[in-house]
Design a protein around this ligand. Sequence first.
Ligand SMILES: Cc1cc2nc3c(=O)[nH]c(=O)nc-3n(C[C@H](O)[C@H](O)[C@H](O)COP(=O)(O)O)c2cc1C
Length: 393
Amino acid sequence: MIVGGGIAAYKALELIRLLRKADIAVRVILTRAGAEFVTPLSLSALSEDKVYQDLWSLTDEAEMGHIELSRSADLIVVAPATADLMAKAACGLADDLASTTLLATDTPVLMAPSMNVRMWTHPATQRNLAILLRDGVRVVGPDEGAMACGEFGPGRLAEPEVILAAVLAALKQDAKPLQGRRALVTAGPTIEPLDPVRVLTNRSSGRQGYAIAAALAKLGADVTLISGPTALAAPVGVMRVDVETARGMLEACESALPVDVAVLTAAVADWRPETVSTQKTKKSSAAPEPIRLVENPDILATLAAPVSSRPALVIGFAAETEQVEAYAKAKLARKGCDWIVANDVTAPGVMGGEENEVMVIDCAGVERWTRATKADVAMRLAQRIAQTLNAHT
Ligand SMILES: Cc1cc2nc3c(=O)[nH]c(=O)nc-3n(C[C@H](O)[C@H](O)[C@H](O)COP(=O)(O)O)c2cc1C
């Protein structure tokens, strides 16, 4: 919780008391101006934790860096949200601990504005409010009434009980935004037999797909993971269906329909041997027969086809070794899917590794995500999926 420098900062104490009573852990960041209104001692006593005040504190950075502080919460509540804090957050300024925390996180934010009526109705504040709402910030209040400054109008901090209700609603909604949604994820390689012991396959580890299945399940989705052979354990709460070939994977996908979202990360073999020998092919002195290949079904294009069973969101993956963006854009157009998540698999540590660096391409353009663990990429993608599905229904 961020406590800004407003006259209503004293009400933050009551809000913290209510949050603790509701069994919600609270960690407080107090702005410099906030400390003119309430003491760190009161906030610390009520939150039962230390209060963070300084971006440049060696002790605080050593204990919990500002980046970690910004991400350790399920929700960031700003109460009171001053005109100044709103302006900084709307502009992306980061010149103290509170504003840096707000910029360094993708944790949901709930602001409870409180200010003089003229500050609230000023076009600058209203402009900032519109930007914050567009950025996904939730806002509770302000109320209308008599103000500490003697004026009357909108600008009073919402009552602590009302802010508590907004916090509970936000936590509930954010915890499981995919509750009641069905998701299908494919992962890993496929293997195409040449004979009973030999196969054609690829180096996909399945890690990114498994992480996406786990993230979707964590957000409440009912997930079916259709997996080629991997060394990975099924994520908790996910139903895994094991397949080997591309044709087997397509069949399993079609059986899993209907779903709201299909995320197709599997590295599906484009071709399979035309004939599969029933016996192990023996080494002989004659030159080996060339392997003739035939095309496999295109799972992404099949699921993205405009039929009634089409998932609302079909997401393909493009693992490229060159011209990543151009190839991915062409794939988006060719397959008829909604998004392509593309990556350069020649980047060190990506293929089979723990990290990924992707771009997400949809009809609106290209989003480049910074390199992160596959679990973090998965959670960011799952949240983007939740936002998109929930925005449309
Ligand atoms: C007595 C007093 C009361 C104030 N009350 C408010 C207020 O209710 N809301 C507000 O937005 N700013 C208020 N301000 C102005 C802020 O304290 C000032 O803009 C400060 O820079 C905000 O810092 P912060 O956003 O980092 O907390 C008040 C200032 C004073 C001196």
